[in-house]
Design a protein around this ligand. Sequence first.
Ligand SMILES: *[C@@H]1O[C@H](CO)[C@@H](O)[C@H](O)[C@H]1NC(C)=O
Ligand SMILES: *[C@@H]1O[C@H](CO)[C@@H](O)[C@H](O)[C@H]1NC(C)=O
Ligand SMILES: *[C@@H]1O[C@H](CO)[C@@H](O)[C@H](O)[C@H]1NC(C)=O
Ligand SMILES: *[C@@H]1O[C@H](CO)[C@@H](O)[C@H](O)[C@H]1NC(C)=O
Ligand SMILES: *[C@@H]1O[C@H](CO)[C@@H](O)[C@H](O)[C@H]1NC(C)=O
Ligand SMILES: *[C@@H]1O[C@H](CO)[C@@H](O)[C@H](O)[C@H]1NC(C)=O
Ligand SMILES: *[C@@H]1O[C@H](CO)[C@@H](O)[C@H](O)[C@H]1NC(C)=O
Ligand SMILES: *[C@@H]1O[C@H](CO)[C@@H](O)[C@H](O)[C@H]1NC(C)=O
Ligand SMILES: *[C@@H]1O[C@H](CO)[C@@H](O)[C@H](O)[C@H]1NC(C)=O
Ligand SMILES: *[C@@H]1O[C@H](CO)[C@@H](O)[C@H](O)[C@H]1NC(C)=O
Length: 857
Amino acid sequence: MRFSWLEAVALTASVVNAAQDNLAYSPPFYPSPWADGQGDWAHVYKRAVEIVSQMTLTEKVNLTTGTGWQLERCVGQTGSVPRLGVPALCLQDSPLGIRLSDYNSAFPAGVNVAATWDKDLAYQRGKAMGQEFSDKGIDVQLGPAAGPLGRSPDGGRNWEGFSPDPALTGVLFAETIKGIQDAGVIATAKHYLMNEQEHYRQTSEGLNISDSLSSNVDDKTMHELYLWPFADAVRAGVGAVMCSYNQINNSYGCQNSHLLNKLLKAELGFQGFVMSDWSAQHSGVGAALAGMDMSMPGDVGFNTGTSFYGANLTVGVLNGTIPQYRVDDMAVRIMAAYYKVGRDRHSTPPNFSSWTRDEFGFEHYAVSEGAYERVNEFVNVQRKHADLIRRVGADSTVLLKNQGALPLTGKEMTVGILGEDAGSNPKGANGCDDRGCDKGTLAMAWGSGTANFPYLVTPEQAIQNKVLEGRGNVFAVTDNYDMKRIQAVAAQSSVSLVFVNADSGEGYITVDDNEGDRKNLTLWQNGDNVIKTVTENCNNTVVVIHSVGPVLIDQWYANPNVTAILWAGLPGQESGNSIADVLYGRVNPGGKTPFTWGKTREAYSNPLLTEPNNGVGAPQVDFEEGVFIDYRHFDRANEEPIYEFGHGLSYTTFGYSHLRIQPLKAADYTPATGKTKAAQIFGKIEDASAYLFPDGLKKIHEFIYPWLNTTDLKAATADPYYGEKDSEYIPSSAQDASPQPRLPASGGAGGNPGLYEDLFRISVTITNTGNVAGDEVPQLYVSLGGPNEPKVVLRKFERLHISPSKQVVWSTTLNRRDLSNWDVVSQDWVISPYDKSVHVGSSSRKLKLHAPLVFEQ
Ligand SMILES: *[C@@H]1O[C@H](CO)[C@@H](O)[C@H](O)[C@H]1NC(C)=O
Ligand SMILES: *[C@@H]1O[C@H](CO)[C@@H](O)[C@H](O)[C@H]1NC(C)=O
Ligand SMILES: *[C@@H]1O[C@H](CO)[C@@H](O)[C@H](O)[C@H]1NC(C)=O
Ligand SMILES: *[C@@H]1O[C@H](CO)[C@@H](O)[C@H](O)[C@H]1NC(C)=O
Ligand SMILES: *[C@@H]1O[C@H](CO)[C@@H](O)[C@H](O)[C@H]1NC(C)=O
Ligand SMILES: *[C@@H]1O[C@H](CO)[C@@H](O)[C@H](O)[C@H]1NC(C)=O
Ligand SMILES: *[C@@H]1O[C@H](CO)[C@@H](O)[C@H](O)[C@H]1NC(C)=O
Ligand SMILES: *[C@@H]1O[C@H](CO)[C@@H](O)[C@H](O)[C@H]1NC(C)=O
Ligand SMILES: *[C@@H]1O[C@H](CO)[C@@H](O)[C@H](O)[C@H]1NC(C)=O
Ligand SMILES: *[C@@H]1O[C@H](CO)[C@@H](O)[C@H](O)[C@H]1NC(C)=O
């Protein structure tokens, strides 16, 4: 067979035999688990049941279905239930701020949050974003992202999420979610799951493939890597999850019952709702039974006026294919999330339009119908978020190298600022739609994961202001091809600050032949030549990199004339101020690289698939590397990185000592047993005549309604295949409403509560051994032992502020999940019999302190 499984998986022959047609196969899991209000959800579940019990079938269906692309103001908007005062829900991009709006902030990207390693900042940024979304009348923020996780360094959307390490991502993902939801907005954990590259995530004309690519992954890797942060999200109470475009084991993300029904709902106990990515839905009945709760933006294809849900969902319930409890469960999950974040108290209608910046426009933009009204109220929602943005920008800056060049004193006679990346985009900060170009300084990458800038402080502006305070001279050359001028300025500068970048984004935009994914890992815009010219002429060259992820720096990083290197990621609107804070020492850098800097692209392994490899069938990407991505791969392959995961310098130094480990008393792990409750139904279903379009309704073209135009169900759907193909993909268990066996690893938010019981307390002393106050991020890794395990995996970290010559005792715990492996046979987390140890230090390769973990008998 073409899919070579990991050893662990090969243990279970039955799993291997499940593969059909020689392609990876996703085992079915039905029925779709019904919410039961477990844990924190009890109260809001009860309220949701109360209101849903009063709803008619078409009212429930309305909640589950978007009204169609660009039909209303937000990128996604559901139907409403006017009779019960439930408004249309407004869903809006993105993970870093409000997309397609105005007077909003442009926050640093997720990858920068990862580089701060700061839980509190992650929370504060989430909360600030949530406030802005709420103030604009948005109910659901389409973020944060932890998929892609970052299997390949050149994956186009890695920057929207956090880090290829699942523990770092999981913690910051959860804090971001808590922040957003504490501000009264439903957060969306996306993209679920394994949307690790842009190429072939969707089919399109000219690609010559019948289906989207399939990410094929074994069960152990699924649990230990890609699912891990989503467990943290569910544990944090996330209200929504967005299923992804790609297939997983040759089943689409939005109709994959193993992924949605089994892992997310049955195992992790998710109580909120699953929405489709925009046009990621491929079936009605199939998606409903597999656990998808909301269709976005509602139409089958943009502006087709037809939907897999809407009237089709009404019919699917009437003809008995979709059990009533399933549509009731969809509505309950949506309303429970709505109450959970307090949306019933905060909700206002959106006061901006995603489709125009004009003040007036049609109510239904796509079809120019409805009232001609005020669609943009230009409400300024930025508050004082600029201060936080500047701080996250500075605190995420990673000082990769420093030969005493930094911090600058502010008394430099001549400062050279070199590189296009220091200056502005000649078309303006928002000059390219969805940031789909690489012009001027890079402070945000491209795609739907963006926001409009309210302004963009460039490095040139901020540094020039600082130089002028010290009465120095400053010259900026932002033409990356004028080597003569670059050379002249570099040669006369006391310090040359070189700004370079590398961009990427979402696959619907191609920039310089980068189809979302990066086509290489080198710098853009002639960046390497700019650095070469400067270093040949200036022995004090400081390089600042704005990039979506790692870039190749092998040619120049060791050059003695390169006296410092900083990675500043995608810092958002305050970019220049943030970097100036670090360059001039107003902020002592404490960021740590959230990914590995390899010498070559090959060093990372896991190439993107850029040519179809399965004829006209779905391209197949076998995640053969298992859990070995980023530093875990470098460690296994004995591949020396330039800068390792977790590395980052400071203007001070830190010492590590006194590692102490104390076993804690914990109850034995008890796999969940027994059965769930039976499914319940809320309210009753009438016959079809009760769900006809109301008399006299003036239909909006292309608008998706829940109603039927005839009691002839087949005719109402206008589906030529109506009633014909169902038996091919609907197992009889899909309609079973009886109590279902509990999965051993289930039982609470994020899985079995026993997984989150602490087994050890660990403490370490960290001393600031330098002369200035600074931040250090102690990192705790564990070695789980066993023949096919990573050398070490990150488990705990904390960003600490320490005054000169002061000590801090950092104390943390390891819980059962931290020390377990996923066992494919028992389908549960198990602490393996192999020797385990703890390693603490300042990066994944600077682990000074070690100790074995001794379990109490
Ligand atoms: C994919 O297939 C493998 C091997 O059969 C299995 O272990 C894994 O659980 C499947 N995952 C999904 C999401 O279907
Ligand atoms: C469904 O939502 C639309 C748009 O908000 C609304 O006009 C319609 O009345 C709703 N239908 C029902 C049954 O509530
Ligand atoms: C798809 O097939 C057509 C017809 O065979 C061909 O002209 C086109 O180049 C193919 N496109 C790609 C991306 O391979
Ligand atoms: C129902 O779904 C089918 C696809 O399964 C689609 O062709 C049809 O247009 C849909 N009907 C309505 C009323 O949206
Ligand atoms: C946004 O607009 C809505 C409706 O136009 C209004 O009720 C709400 O108060 C506005 N929000 C702000 C913050 O002005
Ligand atoms: C890598 O891609 C960038 C962006 O398209 C381009 O500027 C650069 O020249 C490419 N590098 C190489 C070595 O081809
Ligand atoms: C370093 O810069 C000096 C100019 O200050 C130049 O003479 C020398 O060749 C440079 N060295 C390298 C390795 O580029
Ligand atoms: C760098 O060059 C300057 C003059 O161009 C010189 O004064 C200084 O000593 C050089 N520094 C090093 C470390 O070579
Ligand atoms: C509405 O009903 C007619 C038949 O009465 C049918 O031809 C048409 O396609 C139906 N569906 C929709 C979505 O309009
Ligand atoms: C029931 O309705 C759904 C939604 O329109 C349709 O896809 C399915 O084929 C129908 N099944 C039967 C048995 O009529």
